[in-house]
Write a protein that binds this ligand. Structure first.
Ligand code: FES
Length: 224
């Protein structure tokens, strides 16, 4: 047997952890099953719909422990390993329970140059929790993220797989946290591409209204 199998560099996950959900909870409703049928119908084979169904499961259960991934695998008649491989590849799929708000702070190249680590350190100090952890109150999970595709507006972070907060400063972070604390829409200004700013009325997308705030359902709604 190859040495890396006997002594893996990265610890292998517990293959039989304690379940978070009971057998009775681990079901899709008839409405959810109908959605899954719709998703599957869009692809030549059911595995094409795996990300849709994982997302649906995450919305329902709040995160994707092994028993939820197994439910998805069963529903799509796929091997568990295939579903596990997809769920563990994307950080947007939560493999463990997260806080009400998940703060993904980008520290990739552009954000790093523009203060991504300062942003992370500022949030660590404000929230009293290190990156990769959830505050004891369960309200915030602070994470370090790879490039989120908004390098021109660095430093930035994403909130709960939803809105992007751009060009972060301590003041902007304070305003964001205050809005989250108060349960208000997050202050948000749509970012423009410089050459499009005038002709598109300050909106980079032609198919969307310029907005001043962005509403994201707190993840707690799904996990409670
Ligand atoms: S480097 Fe941060 S969004 Fe690309």
């Amino acid at each position: 047997m190859a040495d890396f199998i006997r002594n893996p560099v990265v610890a292998l996950p517990d293959s039989n952890p304690e379940a978070h959900f009971s057998e009775e909870e681990l079901v899709f409703t008839p409405e959810e099953k109908a959605k899954i049928v719709d998703y599957v119908a869009q692809y030549p084979t059911p595995d094409g719909a795996v990300m849709w169904v994982l997302w649906l499961a995450q919305e329902k259960f709040g995160f994707l422990p092994p028993e939820v991934m197994r439910l998805v695998a069963t529903e799509l008649s796929l091997p568990y390993a295939q579903v596990y491989g997809v769920a563990t590849f994307y950080t947007q799929f939560f493999k463990e329970k997260k806080g009400t708000f998940v703060l993904d702070v980008c520290t990739c190249f552009s954000c790093q140059f523009c203060g991504g680590y300062d942003t992370l350190a500022y949030l660590e100090e404000k929230l009293g929790v290190k990156r990769g952890h959830t505050t004891p109150c369960g309200r915030y999970t602070l994470q370090e993220a790879e490039c989120l595709g908004a390098c021109g507006s660095a430093p930035m972070m994403q909130v709960s797989n939803g809105p992007y907060a751009y060009n972060l400063t301590p003041e902007k972070i304070d305003a964001l946290l205050a809005a989250m604390e108060a349960g208000k829409p997050l202050p948000f200004v749509s970012v423009t591409l410089p050459q499009d700013e005038d002709e598109m009325g300050g909106n980079r997308r032609t198919d969307a209204e310029a907005v001043e705030h962005y509403v994201v359902p707190p993840q707690a709604k799904r996990t409670q």
